[in-house]
Design a protein around this ligand. Sequence first.
Ligand code: PMP
Length: 404
Amino acid sequence: MRTPVLAERMSRVKESPSSRVADRVRAFQAAGRKVLPLTIGEPDFDTPDHVKDAAIKAIREGETKYTSANGTPALQKSIISRLERKTGQSYGTGEICLGGGAKQLIFLAFVATLDEGDEVIVPAPYWVSYPDMVTVNGGRPVVVDTTAADGYKLTPGGLRAALGDRTKWVVLNTPNNPTGAVYSEEELRQLADVLRAHPHVSLLCDEIYDEINFGADPVPSAVTVAPDLRDRIFLVNGVSKAYAMTGWRIGYGAGAAPLCAAIGTLQSQSSSCPSSVSQAAAVAALDGGREFIDRTVRIYRERRDLLVSGLDAIEGLRPSVPRGGFYVWTDASALTGAVTPSGSTITSDADFAGHLLETSGVVVITGDAYGCPGHFRASFALDSDTIREAVSGLAHSVSLLRHP
Ligand code: PMP
């Protein structure tokens, strides 16, 4: 029997590395091995009760039908207020759009705007999904390496050098997954200055981690520092990370009306709309005050400090201190060339990950997945005891390595 022949575009997309690692962890656990997964990409907290209650109420009151592709009026209102609180900009209902998560919205933004050969500038280390989302939609990711010295942030010079006639988008992720870097107002202003001279280029700002912020000030938004570029900036956010709602699948975008309308059209022809019940829950989350966020950020901060200091004490590892998000990005390049007890040499990220898993059961996502080999991402969306245990495991694994 012949199976359907897959489209050529499927050769341009691979499964998300995080899903692949999660499968590997499950297989290891199923084999009865203890695993310490520093791979978790979502809050370990439960969704707040008032959000669950709002969803249950919505179910009981029959809010169980299709909604407009760009959301219920109540959710549109909540999103617009949240955007105003963060950016000082008042968006109209035609300038926002809704997705089944921020991830789907970014995908749809590329479907809506990329023609074959269009370029998208993606600073590395990058969130694993951007390049595949670009290529599957016919675009070409232009990866720009950033450096630890620049705080893993795209510089105006780096941006200028990467821009071309075919550039459609620049993707900025602040706070960044995996590095935790946050662009300051001044840094955003300088990048906006470069973009002003290139009117064919738009900026996609993925701000999904903006509430998980360890700085004294809120995470700035590009649209606040460059309101004149508002129609060329597509802000993407959602409720997944801030309110521990990853499974509810609600993300939102704000930008030019034609772009939001196009995304709405695609949404209407693919999913019709995100879940009506999840939309009611998202209203409760966005309108529900800051108590949950303040409490969880306090806990994340303690865990961050625990993980950073633990990693810092291990010779050969150089963690960066994240300003936001719940990951610690660590330079492990000093361990390349080291030899394991079984006599094999660490020559790749896969060798390093294999050594950790075999010798201590610690699982990390290695830098190659983020376009930056020789590093790894360790999550602190885990309880402190597990973080301590994982740090001891890592220290043990690294201590077994010999430098020839
Ligand atoms: N952007 C980044 C940088 C992320 O890390 C994630 C989640 N892993 C997303 C977007 C997607 O979030 P959502 O659950 O809203 O689809």
